[in-house]
Write a new protein. Structure first.
Lengths: 389, 293
């Protein structure tokens, strides 16, 4: 632990590290503010929230459904008749009658409809899955049989019984910019890790200590984990604070499938639980990046090479983005961005088959990540030393 | 006792250390050689920072390739041109080294105080290393090597950047340990070891040249060092033809010390050799020394 304290001093006394953390935190807040503002205007979120708080939020009942349907119909009829005022009207929610029509027709009614019909839609899917089970049993297709059994198990008993304004929570789950900032902070923080020891000529001293380089390597290994955890948790909290400040963040206890993009998610978790799962997976993805930087730092002779060697592949990784709803290939799992931008692993049930057993891609992704982390830790902790050390 | 046997290290086609055999017992050893002679490579192999291509290093009779732990617990090392961590204070750095050297928590502060006094850095211990001068950093390097009271001390160019007073202080500090420890000082600055070394090891181009006491080495070149006073206008002729170990300006004349098998001039008088002249005699293969003027 004492050595870990010294590792922390080595990095956090560099003024640029503290400045970068503060600056990136501010940039993150600015990004949350700016993107939320645009998004909120686009989806009329302010007005949706107003209606939600006035009567719509809470358990869904027939009274609320009737009210939304009748109001949507009333506004649709007026707009269809073309006989409506285009002037500002203080009796409307948005200030304009056409705006109210958009609000109800474009957002409130479809959202309510999605929530109400969700249980029925799932029942349809389950019914079809039962039919598939029967069919695949007859033709002896074990793979598809197992997959359909999973579908029945995963999607049974699902329903949305409450209405909430989930735009803030949804946007929080789709917000990736802080991940990019974490990656750059990791580059700035971990680049000097080993290479600076060489530049300071400490590499010549380490082998002369009783425990050789083992103690140093183990400490650096712990430091890498600690710093990755720290940055991920810091931005996890900062994102939450940012969204709490700049959007209407609510509905964390609602099921994840309450958000329309996650209609077919294989996860039966609440939005809040999913946000924590996202953090855990993000930590795995970031650890791969951290260890990658550390290995470069151990084997390249100059800080500038490590920096470039870290940044360039990260840019490539970011552009090699996961594709929504598409099945992932094995090669995709090597890309740590799948674990950082991990919602794509949960949008629908797209299992990967090992033999005839369907496995959820997230397990493969975590397995690959753990394997990479173990290999990296062996490389970092063993006494392998480059020739120019 | 520390012993290297048939030690060889190559970097590509270049042989940095070639079949070197040296014994180091208790006492101070000056490891002398011109730049690029292989001093740092030799020390890096002894200290474990480089793996030899051939040969073995023994400490207390045991090969370091089999058991380095015992050696590492008894050695202090100052690498060449250390920069250390500019973010640490001198005190923090020494605490860090104490942890790496497994020095018990109880004796740390006492040991740190002692080595800081030895190198005269007590007043600057709370300053960041980034604010240290080159000489202060070198003294800090010496201090960290002394931590743990090691039985073997290895210094690579220890006096680089030290002012004359600090050089003397360094020499005096080492002289105090000379009987109880094995101290190796790699340098190309001969006066650093002249007064304190029990033995001098001379290497050149990765090859062992000789190992003997300074007295013996100086004795071995008796009759080849000459003192000669020449007018200023004639200096060039002597520089081009002889190995000159020192030039001193005196009353519009130069007093030269010349290393030559033959008497360089009828006016030259034989001088008592110095260690530096023995070193030049052994390592400087440059032209000169062909005929008297």
């Amino acid at each position: 632990m004492t050595l870990l304290r010294f590792e922390i001093i080595k990095i956090f006394r560099k003024p640029y590290v503290i400045v970068s953390i503060l600056l990136f935190t501010l940039i993150n807040f600015a990004a949350i503010f700016i993107t939320n503002k645009g998004y909120q205007q686009w989806v009329m979120e302010e007005h949706q929230n107003q209606v939600c708080e006035e009567f719509l939020c809470g358990p869904i009942d027939s009274q609320k459904i009737d009210k939304v349907i009748s109001e949507t119909k009333r506004l649709s009829d007026i707009v269809a008749s073309q006989k409506f005022s285009r002037e500002y009207d203080s009796n409307t929610i948005t200030g304009y009658l056409f705006g109210d029509f958009n609000l109800y027709y474009g957002y409130l009614e479809p959202n309510l409809k999605y929530a109400v019909s969700y249980a029925y839609d799932m029942q349809d899917i389950i019914q079809r899955a039962y039919e598939n089970v029967e069919f695949y049993e007859q033709v002896g297709n074990i793979k598809e049989l197992n997959k359909n059994h999973d579908i029945i198990q995963l999607y049974s008993g699902r329903s949305i019984n409450e209405y909430r304004n989930l735009y803030g929570a949804r946007y929080l789950l789709f917000y990736d910019f802080s991940g990019l900032l974490i990656m750059f902070l990791l580059v700035l923080t971990l680049t000097p890790g080993f290479v600076s020891e060489r530049e300071n000529r400490m590499y010549q001293l380490f082998p002369t200590f009783p425990s050789g380089e083992r103690k140093i390597n183990s400490t650096k290994f712990l430091f890498i984990i600690l710093i990755t955890l720290m940055y991920c948790i810091w931005f996890f909290i900062m994102d939450l604070i940012g969204f709490a400040l700049f959007s209407h963040l609510q509905g964390f206890s609602m099921p994840l499938y309450s958000i329309q993009e996650f209609q077919l998610t294989p996860l039966n978790l609440s939005i809040g639980q999913f946000y924590v799962v996202c953090l855990i997976l993000k930590i795995f993805g970031m650890l791969i990046i951290s260890f990658y930087i550390a290995i470069l730092s151990k084997f390249l002779p100059k800080t500038v090479y490590v920096f470039l060697g870290s940044v360039l592949p990260l840019v490539l990784f970011v552009f090699w983005l996961p594709r929504a709803h598409s099945a992932l290939g094995w090669l995709d799992f090597v890309n740590p961005i799948h674990l950082i931008k991990n919602r794509y692993l949960f949008l629908s049930y797209n299992p990967i088959f090992i033999g005839s057993t369907p496995i959820q891609p997230v397990f493969i992704a975590v397995l690959v990540a753990m394997l990479l982390i173990i290999i990296s830790s062996i490389i970092i902790q063993t006494g392998i030393r480059p020739r120019f050390a | 006792m520390l012993e290297v046997k048939h030690l060889t290290k190559r970097f590509g086609r270049q042989t940095a250390v070639n079949d070197m055999n040296i014994q180091f017992k208790n006492g101070i050893y000056g490891l002398l050689g011109p730049n690029g002679a292989g001093k740092t490579t030799l020390l890096s192999m002894i200290m474990g920072a480089l793996r030899p291509d051939q040969g073995e290093i023994f400490f207390e009779g045991k090969s370091l390739s089999k058991d380095r732990k015992n050696f590492n617990s008894k050695v202090g090392y100052l690498p060449q041109g250390p920069l250390f961590y500019k973010e640490f204070t001198g005190l923090e750095f020494l605490e860090y080294i104490c942890v790496l050297k497994n020095i018990s928590r109880q004796s740390r502060s006492q040991q740190i105080d002692r080595v800081l006094r030895e190198v005269n850095l007590n007043d600057a211990k709370n300053k960041r290393i980034g604010a240290y001068s080159g000489g202060m950093r070198q003294r800090l390097g010496i201090a960290q090597a002394l931590l743990g009271d090691p039985q073997v001390l290895v210094f690579d160019e220890p006096t680089a950047g030290l002012d004359p007073i600090e050089r003397i202080r360094f020499r005096n500090t080492l002289a105090r340990f000379s009987n109880e420890k094995t101290i190796i000082i790699a340098t190309h600055i001969v006066p650093d070891v002249e007064s304190i070394a029990h033995a001098v090891v001379v290497i050149k181009d990765g090859v062992f040249i000789t190992q003997d006491s300074p007295e013996f080495l100086m004795d071995s070149i008796k009759g080849t060092v000459w003192s000669l006073t020449v007018p200023i206008t004639e200096i060039d002729a002597y520089i081009n033809r002889f190995r000159i170990s020192s030039i001193q300006l005196l009353n519009q004349h130069y007093v030269l010390r010349i290393i030559s098998e033959k008497k360089p001039s009828a006016d030259a008088v034989s001088a008592v050799p110095r260690l530096e002249e023995a070193y030049i005699y052994l390592t400087d293969g440059s032209p000169h020394d062909t005929a008297s003027l």
